[in-house]
Design a protein. Structure first.
Length: 351
């Protein structure tokens, strides 16, 4: 802290008065020091988290002008760590950004406490806990303060949904901050940063609606008391059009047997995500196809009927297991599972 010594009338022998000059610039010098530290640290996500915390700590000392400058720099400087990982798999983006960069996007615009007039969102609910993992953090956000964004999406897609939401928030806030900045017009780098956020937001808008459709819990059967806990298994899925999908990619009919054999790789169990409307007849066809590839048991993936839509499994097979009555070939998968539920967990025979 910079301290200035102000001597009053020496002849009157009054004591030396010590002024705190940090308050005179409302934290601007310390803001600039924090930004310099971030830049020297390589503009990494971890360095950004430290910058954001330092600015939050300084906020009570700021007036509106310094808070506006902090908002400008905080929203613009988030672009570098975001762009650095934008081409990585989503799981890696989540690991890098979820608890470091995104929390700033999810909070409200910076305002001095004297001018805030009550936050729209409780910052304590938005910021991650010290020991909170990225996965737990996203689950908590989607259950509460950001529920309108991702509560009705299964957890596997929370990362992508909140990545897009963070970009959208930074886009809006940086554009507003630069627009409010009277001296930014002479430096094109500020507008370039806004365009960077706009470009990312535009790209996200090309896939966000499809992700919302794909992640809707209604794409899975509803699990009941006959379901078992989820375990890690090789998995295939059926698309809305009935295509066989592996790792999110369609598999041509001519290549399906080889692809399934590779996926099973000596195992005896294969998970299947099929929509609840699929018929029992079609399910039996798939079971024969999987059996030919070496998988004697199918683990049908279902979801609990409430957030966080946890995965559950029903195990079925051809030629073995307990029988279920009162199901017809044209009955749906969901109807079949309701017939299984009274019997509790266990292997059920499909034929």
């Amino acid at each position: 802290m910079v301290l200035g010594l102000v001597l009053l009338t020496a002849c009157a022998q009054e004591p030396v008065r010590i002024e705190n000059r940090a308050s005179a610039d409302y934290g601007r010098d310390q803001l600039h020091q924090a930004v310099t530290t971030f830049v020297k640290a390589g503009r990494t996500p971890t360095a950004y988290a430290a910058l954001a915390k330092r600015i939050r700590d300084l906020l009570p000392t700021m007036d509106k002008a310094v808070a506006d400058e902090a908002e400008l720099k905080l929203t613009v400087l988030a672009l570098a760590p975001t762009q650095a990982v934008k081409d990585l798999p989503m799981a890696e983006q989540v690991a890098a950004l979820a608890t470091t960069v995104w929390p700033t996007a999810f909070t409200d615009r910076l305002r001095p406490p004297a001018l805030s007039r009550g936050a729209i969102r409780n910052e304590a609910d938005i910021l991650p806990g010290a020991q909170e993992t990225a996965a737990d953090y996203l689950l908590r956000l989607c259950a509460g303060p950001l529920g309108q964004v991702c509560r009705d999406i299964v957890p596997e897609h929370h990362g992508a949904m909140l990545a897009a939401h963070a970009v959208h928030r930074f886009n809006e806030r940086s554009r507003s901050a630069v627009s409010d900045c009277l001296v930014c017009g002479s430096d094109p780098s500020w507008r370039a940063a806004v365009r960077g956020w706009e470009d990312l937001d535009t790209v996200n808008n090309t896939w966000i609606r499809e992700l919302q459709k794909a992640g809707a819990p209604g794409n899975w059967p509803v699990a009941g008391p006959g379901a078992e806990l989820d375990v890690s298994l090789p998995e295939v899925a059926l698309s809305e059009l009935g295509e066989l999908m592996i790792a999110g990619q369609p598999v041509a009919a001519s290549a399906s047997e080889r692809a399934l054999r590779t996926l099973v790789a000596g195992g005896k169990e294969l998970a299947l995500h099929a929509r609840p409307q699929i018929s029992l007849a079609r399910l039996r066809e798939l079971a024969r196809q999987f059996q030919a590839a070496g998988a004697s048991t199918i683990a049908l993936v279902a979801r609990e009927p409430r957030y966080p839509w946890q995965r559950r499994l029903y195990r079925v097979a051809l030629g073995k297991g307990r029988r279920i009555e009162e199901v017809r070939p044209n009955d749906t998968l969901q109807i079949m599972l309701r017939q299984i539920d009274p019997q509790g967990p266990g292997l059920t025979r499909l034929d």
